[in-house]
Design a protein around this ligand. Structure first.
Ligand SMILES: [Zn+2]
Length: 214
């Protein structure tokens, strides 16, 4: 789970919803209509930007809009009223046929529900998980353990990617580049990519260093 700092929705999305429920139309909002005629592309770009182009669940960098999935944290099946609620909309990876196989994240979740405290917009969501040197992810409570299964976050490709990230951190720790005395000043630098975004699996970096030194 990666924290996503949710901001305000794009005005085109607000206007679309206002228009749909306005006197002129008087229709109910539906995700089906939005998908066909709403500003889906603009909304996707907006959320991708908010998430620094990383998947809201696994933290993998999503390259290209066609590899992403507009994800509802609370499923459309069980929470119809949240289908066009911005606070429930994220971008995840895991789109079938785009190289991310087997399925993970939103595509693996389908209509299953994850504990509300683990919603990516919750600043503390990342603290429910820890990562091992071999790239394994462990839930620290039953809800987090269930989320790992629902999102397939233990999947081998993800574990292998996390292992690479962690082995880089271990090298920095071994060389003294990151130590007990400087980790708090070094960690923000590690979590910032050169282009102003965040490096892939940024939550793994945060959690691994925190677990090591705090
Ligand atoms: Zn993902």
């Amino acid at each position: 789970m990666k924290h996503s700092d949710k901001k305000t929705e794009p005005t085109s999305f607000t206007h679309y919803k206002d228009k749909r429920v306005g006197k002129k139309h008087g229709r109910k909002l539906s995700y089906g209509h939005f998908k066909k005629q709403g500003p889906k592309k603009e909304l996707t770009v907006h959320i991708m930007d908010e998430q620094k182009n990383l998947c809201c669940y696994c933290g993998r960098r999503i390259s290209g809009e066609n590899k992403s999935h507009l994800e509802h944290f609370f499923s459309q099946k069980h929470f119809k009223k949240l289908a066009l609620d911005y606070s429930n909309m994220f971008i995840s990876c895991g789109l079938t046929g785009t190289g991310y196989t087997p399925e993970t994240c939103g595509f693996h979740k389908k209509e299953l529900e994850i504990d509300a405290n683990l919603i990516p917009s919750n600043r503390n969501c990342e603290g429910n998980f820890i990562y091992g040197s071999d790239g394994t992810i462990t839930g620290l409570n039953p809800e987090a353990k269930a989320a790992i299964k629902i999102l397939n976050l233990g999947e081998a490709t993800l574990a292998s990617d996390r292992k690479v990230v962690i082995s880089g951190l271990e090298g920095m720790i071994a060389s003294g580049e990151i130590s007990k005395t400087n980790w708090q000043t070094e960690l923000p630098k590690l979590c910032a990519a050169s282009d102003g975004s965040e490096p892939g699996y940024v939550q793994v970096i945060r959690r691994y260093i925190e677990a090591e030194f705090s």
